[in-house]
Design a protein around this ligand. Structure first.
Ligand code: SF4
Length: 679
């Protein structure tokens, strides 16, 4: 007869069998179906002689403290603390005389957890082994790591703006996970000389290296039993006191339900896509929307404004590479056509504007509004939901007059739905709509934050809700979170457009139609409206096409980082990158738009109009002659432009990466302490 210990974790089921002096262990990922995985496992012949079971974890009857305490008795002891590194949370058990005296945990947040790490590397297209290996090549970079939502956005923007490499991000994610544990250890307020690490994350060599680097005086120990330590404790307790001949699984209070999504089909209006236009002989207009999750490119006929070709692909942290691949995909559709005008939008719009050398760089609000009004001039409300960002735009007479963005939370965005459905439910994005629309009793997911929603999914699974009902609940949650956190108290207009990549999911339109209690319009190719809008804006603002370049020539050049310099034009001393594309060098970065304006000025065929001057003329006209003349100013020692030119000149011979690396003579002066006084 054997004794079986089971630990049901957030991501895996761990099973340990004790048979006489022999011991065996299994760790199986459950993809959100822990009970199915457990029943499948114990039905295997290996468990035919199982006499008694003990279960800990989400649904178990054995407290984790008891299981860990029992397993500790089998070790050689001498530990000051045990750190449990699980997929969903990290816990520290402080020991006194070999017994657990105190448990330390964080407030409930997914940031810095093993699961969050797995989600992020999935977005970079890496598996766990490769991510761990590559993290040893990276450097720690500043990252907003206190909240998983901020962290995810920060990673995306740093990769898109080339402020960090994927290896740097991987190293930083490990660093922030290690920091989270070390913050817990510091809460113990006592010297911890020997710490036992347990849980699935102990198989991550980069994490262990980070612990040892950060606390070199502490001995971090892993045992062969570490990955399934708690299940081992359950098996030992079961052998000590056999009670349950089958796994004892407890039940928890139920979650509510919502109406089926298919009930709102009549309130969703889908505008049929116009016929794709044959390419004209002359030059075309290129619009590129490089977002945090996906990059979209579109080719327009400048005469008819009809779409000639389009492509949509994942950005995978490299917007330039994604754009070049989009351009090659456009060539595959319509041949190597000439392009006479290019516009860019999206979170990497500035970088791509510099890559193409175009001044037609417009923010997403303007681009999305232009795309929507192209199909219906009466639209007055836009819900735009992308992979990482969501926007709410109010229009009056086709002009954006108010907007809001998800600056603090990704709960109402596509990546939340995608990651939850993929990570916890094993569904691909393309399956979500059909599954959600088939649901008969969608689960009312309570959490309004992406950091907590995974726990709700797991609770629903453990309570026996079907996968379809949980997915439909997540779709409702996206609409609810968007309306609460992005739209907020702003009023809705009469005609609501739902656009962005998430609008491709038909079920999301149904959830919005339920929540706003009015029709919701899905425009043609809703994921491409930013790219379409920026192409139209470029055409409107430029008035005419410029010199043309063919698509393959646009896609050919590599974008290389050829140096960095410190801007000395003001006292912030920003580090600015110098890139090279097709023999054209340009500065990129800094906290203000100084360098952006340098390359935009170069790419303009004609000087930009002085809008301030024009406004003054319109408002004051000739009356300005009655105003007092401006006070005479002493001439500046050096103009701002001279300071910038000098900074650029200095940078030509520099290869240092930060002010502190510079030769002493070139270092910026130390910031006076009085700058911060009084703040
Ligand atoms: S880039 Fe802008 S903010 Fe930064 S130092 Fe130069 S002028 Fe100042």
């Amino acid at each position: 007869m054997s004794f079986v210990g089971v630990n049901i974790g957030a991501l895996t089921v761990k099973v340990v069998t004790l048979r006489g002096d022999a011991r065996s262990a299994r760790v199986v990922a459950h993809q959100g179906r822990p009970l199915e995985v457990l029943s499948g496992l114990i039905a295997e012949p290996e468990f035919a002689d199982a006499g008694y079971f003990g279960v800990s974890g989400h649904l178990g009857h054995i407290p984790e403290v008891a299981a860990i305490q029992r397993a500790l008795r089998e070790t050689d002891g001498g530990f000051d603390a045990v750190v449990s590194l699980g997929g969903e949370s990290f816990l520290v058990y402080i020991l006194a005389d070999g017994k657990i005296a105190h448990v330390l945990s964080h407030n409930k947040c997914a940031a810095g957890s093993g699961e969050f790490f797995v989600q992020q590397i999935g977005r970079m297209g890496l598996d766990v082994e490769e991510a761990i290996r590559r993290s040893f090549n990276g450097h720690v970079v500043p990252l907003a790591s206190r909240c998983s939502v901020h962290c995810k956005s920060d990673i995306t923007h740093k990769l898109n703006r080339k402020e960090a490499s994927p290896d740097d991000i991987l190293r930083t994610l490990h660093d922030s996970m290690a920091n989270k544990v070390i913050a817990l250890l510091e809460k113990a307020q006592r010297e911890l000389r020997r710490v036992l690490l347990i849980g699935g994350v102990t198989r991550n060599a980069a994490m262990l290296a980070a612990f040892r680097e950060k606390l070199p005086a502490t001995g971090f120990v892993t045992l062969p039993e570490s990955p399934w330590f708690e299940a081992w404790g359950c098996a030992l307790l079961t052998r000590d006191e056999p009670r349950h001949p089958s796994p004892k699984i407890s039940r928890q209070p139920g979650l509510g339900s919502l109406p089926p999504l298919h009930r709102y089909a009549g309130r969703v209006q889908v505008i049929a896509a116009p016929q794709r236009q044959a390419p004209a002989d002359g030059p075309l207009v290129l619009g590129v929307d490089a977002g945090s999750t996906t990059t979209k490119a579109i080719l327009l006929d400048p005469e008819t404004q009809g779409v000639v070709a389009s492509h949509y692909r994942h950005t995978r942290g490299d917007p330039v590479a994604a754009t070049r691949e989009c351009l090659r995909a456009l060539v595959a559709q319509v041949g190597n056509r000439p392009v006479g005008l290019t516009g860019t939008t999206g979170s990497a719009r500035e970088l791509l504007g510099a890559y193409f050398g175009t001044a037609h760089v417009y923010n997403e609000i303007s681009a999305q509004a232009a795309g929507a009004t192209h199909f219906d001039a009466d639209v007055d409300t836009i819900f735009e939901i992308g992979g990482q960002d969501s926007k709410f735009i109010l229009l009056r007479n086709g002009v954006p007059v108010d907007y809001a963005m998800n600056n603090a939370c990704s709960a109402g965005t596509g990546s939340f739905l995608e990651e939850s459905a993929q990570g916890d439910l094993g569904l691909t994005v393309s399956d979500i709509a059909d599954v959600a629309l088939a649901a008969t009793s969608p689960v009312h997911v309570k959490a309004t934050c992406a950091a907590f929603i995974n726990s709700d999914i797991r609770l629903a699974q453990q309570q026996g809700h079907s996968r379809d009902d949980i997915v439909a609940g997540l779709v409702y949650a996206i609409a609810g979170n968007y309306l609460t956190r992005v739209k907020g108290p702003r009023a809705l207009g009469k005609k609501v457009f739902l656009q962005g990549g998430v609008a491709l999911n038909r079920a999301v339109g149904h959830a919005f139609a339920h929540s706003v209690d009015r029709p919701v319009v899905i425009p043609p190719s809703p994921e491409l409206l930013g790219a379409l809008g920026v192409g139209l804006l470029a055409l409107e603002r430029a008035g005419a096409l410029g010199a043309s370049t063919d698509l393959l020539s646009l896609a050919a050049p590599e974008m290389k980082l050829v140096g960095q310099f410190t801007c000395r034009a003001c006292k912030l001393f920003c580090s600015v990158d110098r890139f090279e594309v097709a023999g054209r060098r340009f500065p990129f970065g800094g906290r203000c738009s100084l360098y952006e304006n340098v390359w935009k000025r170069k790419s303009r065929a004609a000087a930009a109009p002085d809008l301030v001057e024009q406004r003054a003329d319109l408002v004051f006209g000739d009356t300005r002659r009655f105003l007092s003349p401006p006070p005479r100013r002493e001439p500046a020692k050096r103009s701002r432009r001279q300071r910038v030119e000098q900074a650029l000149e200095d940078a030509r011979s520099c290869s240092w990466r930060s002010p502190s690396d510079a030769p002493t003579a070139m270092r910026p002066p130390a910031r006076p302490a009085s700058v911060f006084r009084g703040r």
